[in-house]
Design a protein around this ligand. Structure first.
Ligand code: 4AD
Ligand code: MG
Length: 463
């Protein structure tokens, strides 16, 4: 494997000639010497290349004039002690090879660009320090997810992306069809004849892998999914995407209390891993993106999460209703402003809220004895609000069927899901972590559109 710039920067100075490959971030040129800063996305810092122009022939000098910000180059030379600046080593060479030019119209010239502008050039934005660092943290968090579940005996299961059932029962799905929309086949009654469609029935992109995940938990005990999910919700916010990645563990023989313990332990594990392995990037975000981020994350890792029931949360929030855009009372859904009040002002830490009114939660959540609330749990964090949603599942066949009927869901459509309650049913629980939300949280990024390479939101699927 070739050494990357992060490796070269760690090298002890010596005479060995090594290759540095990358893209030019800056070029400083004088009559006698030229400095290139070369970056390959392996770390924030670039490698400084020092070129003694008095050693170059006419041809080499003319190549050098073509090397500008954005150009790709390969330089071969020894790593030496740096003569100045804040770097400790640099490369001294005259062996500079231009691989691909970038003209003056290269959109990422040296000046600072707004995050909104970078979104318009999403194909080039990974070449900036900010997006490069976010993507390295995203990568570390993804590995952390697999590491955590793997070391705790969870089986990684791939649930389908095309689904014929609505996992959240919320009707926010993107339909998948091969029917000719200009010539839709109709039944005798005049409705769309889906028997002619690709799957012979209505199919959608999945909103969650949970239901299929549950079937595997009922066999393998502890499983998790980690894949893309799709929601056609018309919410234009800083924390909603139409296509996002979700991590969904599901555990058999597990109640809501153990579920909360795992959620907290898991979140702390991956945040801690990022703090250790992405130290430099997180220091960068702490300085330029979200002041105090690093201390904030360390505090989260070292403090037990607070716990409240929904009813307690509403009592706290009601006292403060004057300051909310949407005042709350028992029965209303908790929105971002309320979540932030609970975490930032009241608890000053992440908080797990439980026992929500059944009316505002999904059909599969286990009903409490009060017949009014369900064993749902949301993990709320400062700055962002909801990061995890989960629950103990209804494991009683009759109660689950009854709830489906109340919510106008056809139990026939969920026959296989109900089978889990017919054959060897056990208490079981799970949760979903929105992957982009945790990347946002750990990088201090305000807008979710900047933590996924190509964001899909209402009215936007460019690239
Ligand atoms: O609370 P949600 O809707 O729960 C479920 O989907 C369950 N099936 C999870 C489970 O119990 N297995 O979504 C879970 C998490 C949310 O807490 C949030 O972090 C994220 O997914 N999420 C979104 N992230 C980005 N864009 C959206 N539109 C999101 N909707 C939910
Ligand atoms: Mg939720």
């Amino acid at each position: 494997m070739k050494e990357r710039i992060s490796d070269l920067l760690k090298r002890a100075p010596g005479p060995e000639v090594v290759a540095a490959e990358g893209w030019v971030r800056t070029k400083r040129d004088s009559k006698t010497v030229c400095f290139l800063e070369l970056n390959d996305g392996s770390c924030l810092k670039g490698l400084q290349i020092v070129i003694d122009k008095s050693q170059l022939d006419e041809n080499q000098l003319s190549v050098l004039t073509l090397i500008n910000t954005g150009a790709s180059v390969v330089c071969n030379g020894p790593i030496i002690v740096s003569g100045g600046g804040d770097q400790t080593v640099e490369m001294a060479t005259t062996d500079v090879n231009l691989v691909g030019i970038a003209g003056a119209n290269y959109p990422l010239q040296k000046k600072r660009h707004s995050i909104e502008y970078l979104r318009e050039i999403a194909h080039l934005r990974p070449r900036t320090n900010l997006i490069g660092a976010i993507m390295r943290v995203r990568n570390t968090l993804a590995f952390g997810v697999h590491e955590y579940f793997n070391k705790n005996g969870f089986v990684y299961v791939n649930t389908p992306l095309i689904s014929t059932s609505d996992a959240e029962g919320a009707g926010e799905m993107f339909q998948v069809t091969t029917l000719d929309l200009n010539n839709v086949p109709k039944t005798e009654e005049g409705s769309v004849d889906y028997s002619k469609d690709f799957f012979g029935k209505i199919a959608n992109l999945t909103v969650s892998g949970q239901l299929e995940g549950e079937t595997y938990a009922m066999a393998l005990k502890n499983i998790y999914t980690f894949g893309p999910t799709f929601r056609a919700e018309n919410s234009n916010t800083k924390r909603h995407l139409a296509e996002f990645w979700m991590i969904e563990p599901e555990m058999a023989f597990c109640d809501i209390n153990l579920n909360m313990e795992v959620a907290e332990d898991f979140l702390k594990f991956i945040i801690k891993k990022a703090l250790i392995e992405c130290e430099e990037d997180i220091a960068f975000f702490s300085k330029f993106v979200e002041k105090g981020l690093k201390e904030n994350l360390e505090h989260v890792v070292n403090t037990p999460f607070a716990h409240m029931t929904y009813t307690e949360a509403i009592e706290v929030l009601e006292k403060n209703n004057d300051s909310f855009d949407y005042p709350v009372h028992w029965g209303t859904d908790i929105q971002t402003e309320h979540e932030r009040y609970l975490t930032e002002v009241y608890c000053k830490s992440p908080v797990i809220v439980t026992n929500y009114p059944k009316e505002i939660k999904a059909f599969y959540m286990k009903l409490n004895d009060d017949n009014k609330t369900v064993r749902g749990m949301d993990v709320l964090v400062p700055r962002l609000g909801e990061i995890i949603g989960g629950s103990e599942r209804e494991s009683d066949l009759d109660l689950l069927t009854k709830r489906m009927v109340e919510l106008d869901l056809d139990p026939q459509d969920y026959w296989w899901y109900l089978d889990l309650r017919r054959f060897g049913s056990v208490p079981h629980s799970g949760f979903g972590l929105g992957f982009e939300r945790i990347v946002q949280y750990v990088t201090g990024t305000a807008n979710i559109r900047d933590v996924i390479p190509y964001p899909r939101t209402v009215g936007n699927a460019e690239f």
